[in-house]
Write a protein that binds this ligand. Structure first.
Ligand SMILES: NC(=O)c1ccc[n+]([C@@H]2O[C@H](COP(=O)([O-])OP(=O)(O)OC[C@H]3O[C@@H](n4cnc5c(N)ncnc54)[C@H](O)[C@@H]3O)[C@@H](O)[C@H]2O)c1
Length: 385
């Protein structure tokens, strides 16, 4: 009989749905020993939690996350709430001996993230940050290409993460729907929300970032706060650009904003090396673009009229994760990145080699995020400790 992975999920919003879907689908697509059991769902908004339970099949509903942490019939606490609540839940869950999954960014700041790392390491419990973009097959293929040393000496890493949903000055801040605009709940703006993804991907592909210098901007200085009803200063970064140095000697540029009219979730990166380059764009998620520069035997030119970028449709069974899905040429979607992440997490538990990114790796991204915000505040280069 299959072992059970009994899940207690906290937060019935956007991420709660993607994770619930992953638990429901896990055993349909991945031959893992554990069967995901949706034991309990928690949200401070009880009607929302009741609807969730009915939709996704959770056995019971709670409105206080402590009930899940204390429950003896739950193995994994999955944190899908706004950033301000990550630390308290994760620390308590680890102390109770639960496995912990946490949405990104890991925490509000480095100090909180360090507490969370200490808690899971002290308890010795499996833990994961849901940086789901690592699980896009095309991005995982980029990692494979880098690991196969096909890029050669890296020179440039270039990332953008652009949206356009806060341009109107009439968009309020705070409350259940717009907590991302409230620094007291989100920690930061686009840096923690969007660039955390870009930084995690960048360091996975291109190694540690050692130094940054940043410029942030808050275009709309005051917005009505949903809770107080008053106009209040906006304390998040609406946009952020930073330069980075990587430990391998390459240079990075990162740009993120919620003011790029027409861009909804424009997440791209390009890595350029001496022997090749890779380019990814989340708006065409099944493609990885790859340029291969081949040094040929002397007397022959390295490039010809047939040289060019390859647009690889990452749907063959040879591509990462794809052997679990359909026939070549048929695509998977955004939701599968969470399913792939969950499968990696469960396979890690079963093999004893826990998957990445864990909280300690999430802390490294948090360090870059904090340094970026501080660099923008002080207008200086900052080293990442
Ligand atoms: N991996 C990704 O690509 C990705 C995408 C979006 C959001 N996120 C992250 O996921 C987390 C949640 O974001 P979201 O978009 O799902 O938010 P959301 O606003 O859609 O949902 C959050 C839910 O949490 C509930 N909640 C708030 N505080 C709570 C508490 N103390 N106890 C119980 N329930 C509580 C709210 O009522 C709401 O239903 C954030 O950390 C965010 O940064 C990650």
């Amino acid at each position: 009989m299959a072992k059970e992975l009994r899940v207690g999920l906290i937060g019935c919003g956007f991420m709660g749905r993607t994770h619930s879907n992953a638990y429901r689908r896990l055993n349909n697509f991945f031959p893992v020993e554990h069967r995901a059991v949706l034991k309990a769902i928690c949200d401070t908004n009880e009607p929302k939690a009741q609807t969730y339970a009915a939709t996704w099949g959770y056995e019971r509903v709670e409105t206080d996350w402590r009930k899940l942490v204390e429950a003896s019939d739950i193995d994994l606490i999955d944190i899908c709430v706004p950033n301000v609540a990550h630390r308290d839940i994760a620390v308590a869950a680890a102390a109770a001996g639960k496995m912990v999954g946490c949405e990104k960014p890991l925490a509000m700041n480095v100090a909180q993230a360090e507490e969370m790392v200490a808690a899971v390491e002290r308890a010795g419990v499996p833990n994961m940050v849901w940086f789901n973009y690592r699980r896009v097959p095309a991005i995982a293929l980029a990692k494979q290409i880098v690991d196969e040393k096909r890029i050669g000496r890296p020179f440039h890493y270039r990332a953008t993460y652009l949206q356009d949903w806060t341009i109107s000055e009439d968009v309020p801040q705070g409350g259940d729907a717009l907590w991302r605009l409230d620094a007291r709940v989100a920690g930061s703006g686009v840096t923690g929300d969007l660039l955390a993804h870009s930084i995690d991907t960048a360091m996975w592909l291109n190694g540690p970032i050692t130094r940054v210098v940043a410029k942030t901007e808050t275009f709309v200085k005051e917005r009505k706060h949903v809770v107080s009803g008053q106009r209040e200063p906006v304390l998040i970064d609406d946009a952020c650009m930073f330069l980075a140095e990587f430990a391998n000697g390459s240079m990075g540029t990162f740009e993120s904003t919620r003011y790029a009219r027409g861009r909804k979730n424009f997440n791209t990166f390009e890595l350029n090396g001496a022997d090749g380059s890779v380019y990814f764009d989340l708006e065409e998620p099944e493609y990885l673009q790859y340029f291969e520069y081949k040094q040929l035997q002397s007397g022959k030119k390295a490039e010809s009229h047939l040289t060019g970028w390859r647009k690889i449709h990452t749907t063959n069974s040879e591509h990462p994760y794809m052997s679990h899905y359909w026939v070549p040429g048929t695509c998977i979607g955004y939701e599968h990145t969470f399913l792939n992440a969950l499968a990696d997490f469960v396979e890690g538990i079963e093999s004893g080699k826990w998957t990445q990114p864990d909280f300690r790796t999430g802390l490294e991204t948090q360090k870059v995020c904090d340094a970026v915000i501080e660099s923008a505040r002080t207008s200086q280069w900052l080293h990442i400790n």
